[in-house]
Design a protein around this ligand. Structure first.
Ligand SMILES: *[C@@H]1O[C@H](CO)[C@@H](O)[C@H](O)[C@H]1NC(C)=O
Ligand SMILES: *[C@@H]1O[C@H](CO)[C@@H](O)[C@H](O)[C@H]1NC(C)=O
Length: 275
């Protein structure tokens, strides 16, 4: 099976695939539902964004790929703007770009973006929070554009357009994602998904396994970072919290919103569109 090849390359060594892992290679369509939490910035809650079997696979992948044996403390991204330092006590692990399951989830995220620029995404990144660990107030968008090192767009400058933060499990209390500059949930909102902050300000989203939070980091009119997207991963009180980051790319030369050039994405011919 030809799709199995990148997996073997990604692992570096030959590994025996379990039947459920081979099933995953077919990139099954995932049904999910959504609700809008904020319009500026655009924040959307995605119920059931990822299969449990994909989560199990990603967790194993994070440990199995030799160079990513362990979660590491990452302080490598000085460009992420933060309010306090040291800003992150959680740990992260990047997953191989070529892995077919990562590619499948990446495609799901890009498809979600519809008419918004959706050509590419960064490598998926797993994050882990132990009790007391947190990620202080920061933005996902970068102060200066980053130069891609990914296959396909190497050398191109980009900023992080969309963030998908998927909760992939654990048993934590605490560990909410907190947007202090965004209006909070209504008092009648589902308490399994949302919390109300003690001062009543800001949006607090609880970690629920399999669900994701999407938001747009950049102003769609000029591509600059939206300060209202500053957010933090609040401290975990007990248990462990696992999450996965996926950031989509905005290339400076491409409009964020508007006609998307790819033929596959065209639903009709331009002439008809002008009728
Ligand atoms: C970009 O657009 C946003 C939203 O309209 C605006 O607040 C911001 O000042 C603009 N930034 C620049 C550099 O033009
Ligand atoms: C949470 O799960 C971890 C293992 O995944 C376990 O060691 C820990 O005791 C659990 N904590 C709670 C509060 O259930």
């Amino acid at each position: 099976m030809i799709v199995a090849l990148p997996l073997l390359i990604a692992f570096g060594t030959r590994v025996a695939l379990k039947p459920e892992e081979i099933n995953l290679l077919s990139c099954e369509e995932k049904k999910y539902s959504t609700e809008i939490l904020s319009i500026d910035p655009l924040i959307i809650y995605i119920n059931d964004f990822i299969f449990d079997k994909e989560i199990d696979y990603l967790m194993k992948l994070g440990k199995r790929v030799s160079v990513y044996k362990a979660f590491k403390k990452l302080f490598d991204n000085d460009q992420v703007r933060t309010v306090d330092k040291p800003y992150r006590s959680s740990s992260s692990a990047f997953l191989p770009y070529e892995d077919p399951v990562c590619q499948c989830i990446g495609k799901r995220a890009l498809d979600f973006l519809g008419f918004v620029e959706h050509k590419a995404h960064e490598r998926l990144q797993l994050v882990r929070y132990y009790p007391g660990q947190e990620y202080n107030l920061h933005s996902d968008w970068l102060y200066n554009p980053k130069v891609s090192r990914s296959p396909g767009d190497e050398g191109q400058e980009y900023n992080r357009l969309g963030s998908f933060f998927t909760y992939i499990g654990g048993n934590s209390t605490g560990g909410e994602t907190y947007f202090p500059f965004v209006n909070g949930a209504s008092l009648t909102a589902d308490p399994t998904k949302y919390a109300i902050s003690s001062n009543g300000q800001g949006l607090l989203v609880k970690p629920v396994k399999g669900s994701a939070l999407f938001w747009m980091n950049l102003h769609p009119n000029n591509g600059t970072g939206n300060d209202k997207t500053f957010h933090s991963g609040l401290p975990v009180h007990s248990g462990v919290k696992y999450g996965m980051n996926l950031w989509t790319k905005h290339y400076k030369s491409t409009p964020i919103l508007g006609p998307y050039e790819s033929k596959e994405d065209r639903k009709f011919e331009p002439e008809e569109a002008h009728v």
